[in-house]
Design a protein around this ligand. Structure first.
Ligand code: ADP
Ligand code: MG
Length: 348
């Protein structure tokens, strides 16, 4: 399964050219994929052709199911007690939300992952019992809001006073999910709230990160051994370089915050790659919140979404450079979280 050593898998999904994309100028296609080499993507930029090598590149016509199949082993491993992060990265309009949330007719990774988890749990029910808990937050302008609470309560991240270094988010709504039907309702609430809060805060969802966290607490029916797996599904804010568009005031502050937090994510990954002893998790709310799931012992997949159109080629190049930087990261073998005396907040 692992094509490369280390456990950050970098996948690239090229958005198909949709009918609505064709109505503007700059619609020439400058990105090509090679059916004979599933790990290469080629971009024509300033008259030169540049090849990027990643773990896997999806053809523009790849289905939601094909994309899910690629990350399914990561999802499954959270049943065995691994902590997993899956990020969708890319400029606004490149298909991040389509990949993670999807549409009613064609759901994305979030729904498929939960469906898969429930079916795995059902298969193991003679040996193990599991509880599945879900929470969802939005991070906008470095402010954390609960997407499962009606009024979008602001939340803080606190260090547990027990000295274990574990974080917790007081007041975060954590819902135990019993079955798949229930989850559809929860996901719909989070989606609706992301739009509502966005409108109230005068921004749109492309400028916030949306995080769905699923914790899977397992107990072996015979030995009593416990596992604590965690799956973090992140629809990142648009990676476009907004500050170049003459933003001022609030808009500039917002742009700086988005870019800073994406930069912080890149820095954390770089620090992990360099095996640095200090990993700057605290430099953004997002990396701080994810610090128990990012890095040593954990599994990460980055889905880099790109547009194939000429008018987006600058952003496409930036996204692929980011992808290539992340791709070289090696974290050593992943470790299961079994019988930890300090359970993560959501499991205990
Ligand atoms: P982002 O979240 O990155 O801003 P979206 O996911 O909202 O982008 O995608 C922009 C539009 O393109 C949406 O209408 C979405 O449904 C559509 N879209 C994106 N990727 C695909 C795809 N692979 N197939 C069909 N439609 C897509
Ligand atoms: Mg989006």
């Amino acid at each position: 399964y692992a094509l490369r050593p280390g456990n950050i898998r970098v996948l690239c999904r090229v958005k198909p050219v949709l009918r609505e994309d064709q109505q503007e100028d700059g619609q020439a296609v400058v990105v090509t994929t090679n059916p004979d080499n599933e790990s290469a993507v080629i971009v024509l930029h300033k008259g030169k052709s540049r090849t990027f090598e990643l773990d896997k590149v999806f053809q523009p016509q790849a289905t939601q199911e094909e994309v899910f199949q690629e990350i399914e082993p990561l999802v499954t491993s959270c049943i065995d007690g691994y902590h997993v992060c899956i990020f969708a990265y890319g400029q606004t309009g490149s298909g991040k939300t389509y990949t993670m949330e999807g549409t009613v007719e064609n759901p994305g990774i979030n729904q498929r992952a939960l469906k898969h988890l429930f079916s795995e749990i059902e298969d193991k029910k003679d040996m193990w019992t599991y509880s599945v808990n879900v929470s969802s937050v939005e991070i906008y302008n470095e402010v954390l809001r609960d997407l499962l609470s009606k009024d979008g309560e602001k939340l803080d991240i606190k260090m547990n006073p027990d000295g274990t270094g574990q974080l917790h988010v007081p007041g975060l709504r954590v819902t135990e999910v019993k079955n798949f039907k229930h989850i559809k309702k929860i996901l719909a609430t989070a989606k609706r709230n992301r739009v509502t809060f966005g409108t109230q805060m005068n921004h749109n969802s492309s400028r916030s990160h949306a995080l769905l966290t699923i914790t899977v607490l397992g107990t072996d029916l015979i030995s009593g051994t416990k596992t604590c797996g965690k799956l973090n599904l992140v629809d990142l804010a648009g990676s476009e370089r907004v500050w170049k568009s003459g933003a001022e005031g609030e808009r500039l502050k917002e742009a700086q915050n988005i870019n800073r937090s994406l930069l912080a994510l890149g820095d954390v990954i770089q620090a992990l790659r360099g095996r640095q002893t200090h990993v700057p998790f605290r430099n953004s709310r997002l990396t701080y919140l994810l610090q128990d799931s990012l890095g040593k012992g954990n599994k990460t997949a980055m889905l880099v979404q790109i547009s194939a159109l000429e008018r987006n080629v600058g952003e496409t190049m930036c996204s692929l450079k980011f992808a290539q930087r992340v791709c070289a990261v090696e974290l050593g073998p992943a470790t299961q979280k079994i019988d930890r005396t300090a359970q993560c907040e959501q499991c205990s």
